[in-house]
Design a protein around this ligand. Structure first.
Ligand SMILES: Cc1cc2nc3c(=O)[nH]c(=O)nc-3n(C[C@H](O)[C@H](O)[C@H](O)COP(=O)(O)OP(=O)(O)OC[C@H]3O[C@@H](n4cnc5c(N)ncnc54)[C@H](O)[C@@H]3O)c2cc1C
Length: 328
């Protein structure tokens, strides 16, 4: 008889886990409280990630090259100063429910492999059967951290999007309005997407200022914005009691710059690996998360230091010398 695994959360981490388990002939049930493409308060979105595509596809056993486009350069606006960086390994991808997004692409693969989906189906921790193999990959969803008792910090974001005919772009902002975190503007596949993100509460004046900066730097005005909150963990962990964790919930998200897409993909593979070769899964999780604590401390320090205009970019430079969490 085929062994059953239940997965909660059909984001990239949960879907990669499902695909890998289905390829290993497990019977996979995937539950999500929303539809494929997750929470529509956050998506559709254009997201950016550091990635070594060939190595990542080989590692996760799935070729996703048609979902990612390379960004040749990124413009940084840091406290009024503009700088263009030519980058290696920087990619954008679309997240959410639109055809061709990363989520839909993974969903199609999972369906083809016989994964059973239970959409509009929310995780209820009290109803989990202890004897059942379970992966939890519920991303930023705050209530899951509370229910499981996983220490976390809140995150806040203003998201704005509109249609565009601009080619792929990536612009990053670090200004007073970002509360020492960051904001970015990205375009791809006809969608222009802006996110103002912070670990401290954001107020209307932060958004107003960001809108002014978007207008001044790129001549862009986005009229519709949504405000959402979520949570990220304070440590990285592969297990919580009998549960296997994946993606953001497992800490496979960079505490400094939040390069979470590559982390979600690789940790989905690791979560599946737990049911095939547990020791190997533990080893690889440690390897991919080894800079989590260091980066967390670096981030905390950077927020406390004076003269942010100088010290934050400097700390980002130090951070960029460390391997990103979840980055192969
Ligand atoms: C707007 C936005 C922009 C971002 N930009 C970037 C970026 O530019 N670069 C980057 O690397 N990272 C970015 N991130 C972070 C990145 O999206 C995450 O790191 C990545 O999505 C993590 O994948 P995941 O599978 O762990 O979680 P998610 O993609 O969040 O998926 C979680 C899934 O779980 C489901 N779920 C939640 N709660 C429950 C529940 N109780 N029961 C059942 N299902 C549940 C949700 O509906 C969702 O489908 C961004 C995040 C957001 C929201």
């Amino acid at each position: 008889m085929r062994t059953r695994v239940d997965i909660y959360g059909a984001g990239p981490a949960g879907l990669v886990a499902a695909i890998n388990l289905a390829m290993e002939n497990f019977k996979v049930h995937l539950f999500d409280q929303h539809g494929i493409g997750g929470n529509l308060e956050w998506h559709p979105s254009i997201q950016t990630t550091v990635l070594k595509p060939e190595r990542t596809w080989e590692y996760i056993g799935i070729d996703l090259s048609d979902c990612f486009r390379r960004v040749n350069s990124i413009t940084f606006y840091r406290y009024g100063r503009e700088k263009v960086f030519v980058l290696e390994n920087m990619y954008v991808c679309e997240r959410g429910p639109r055809k061709g997004s990363l989520d839909i692409r993974l969903y199609e693969k999972a369906i083809n492999l016989g994964v059973t989906f239970h959409l509009s189906n929310k995780l209820d921790v009290d109803r989990l059967e202890p004897s059942r193999n379970t992966v939890v990959a519920t991303g930023l969803e705050t209530s899951v951290y509370w229910q499981l008792g996983i220490p976390c910090v809140s995150v806040y974001g203003y998201r704005g999007a509109k249609r565009t005919d601009r080619d792929t772009i990536l612009i990053s902002y670090m200004e007073k309005c970002t509360n020492y975190d960051f904001a970015y503007l990205a375009a791809d596949r006809g969608l222009l997407f802006a996110l103002l993100f912070s670990r401290q509460k954001l107020a209307m004046h932060n958004l107003n200022k960001f809108q002014q900066i978007l207008k001044a730097t790129e001549g862009i005005q986005i009229n519709k914005w949504t405000y959402s909150t979520g949570a990220i963990p304070t440590t990285s962990r592969l297990f919580h009691d009998d549960l296997v964790l994946a993606g953001t919930l497992s800490g496979m998200i960079d505490p400094f710059l939040l390069h979470g897409i590559s982390g979600a993909l690789t940790s989905g593979k690791i979560a599946a690996q737990v049911f095939v070769d547990r020791d190997r899964a533990v080893r690889e999780f440690r390897w991919l998360a080894r800079n989590f604590e260091l980066k967390k401390r670096l981030k905390a320090l950077s927020v406390r230091l004076p003269l942010k205009q100088l010290t934050l970019p400097l700390m980002m430079l130090v951070d960029s010398r460390l391997r990103g969490v979840g980055f192969i």
